[in-house]
Design a protein around this ligand. Sequence first.
Ligand code: HEM
Length: 126
Amino acid sequence: MQELEVYSMIGTEGFTRLVAAFYRQVPEDDLLGPIYPATDLPGAEQRLRDFLIGRFGGPQTYIEQRGHPRLRARHSPFHINQAARDRWMRLMNSAFGEAALPAEAEQVLRKFFDGMSSFMINRVEP
Ligand code: HEM
């Protein structure tokens, strides 16, 4: 399955389900809770959702509204070490459990998140 086919398979609804299940866990998480903007979690949720929808073949709302993703630059203010990356992946893995997406789409997304989350690491010290 090609990355750009994921949106046609799961639609906005699928990405909404996955990202909502991820963000529901953030406030209570001892590592990621303090990193995310507590006053704008709905906005953060929408930005991640729009980014993923555009990245996997859907409408380019994210780029139209925020320009080039420049994800590493946008994450540079946040302390993302291996532990934070692994926790992000753990929350996303349990979000997959809740979202119950088609296996083909889930496989493509898991591979993307695995690589992209490592790419976001910007601190080497523990
Ligand atoms: C590795 C661990 C990660 C941590 C701790 C992290 C943390 C954050 C935080 C705190 C924000 C700001 C929330 C906001 O105001 O939008 C953010 C934004 C964002 N993150 Fe991550 N993130 C991680 C990985 C990723 C990955 C793997 C992706 C892509 C699949 C991603 C995509 C985004 C996007 C699209 C935004 C919004 C950027 C913007 O337009 O301002 N993040 N992230």
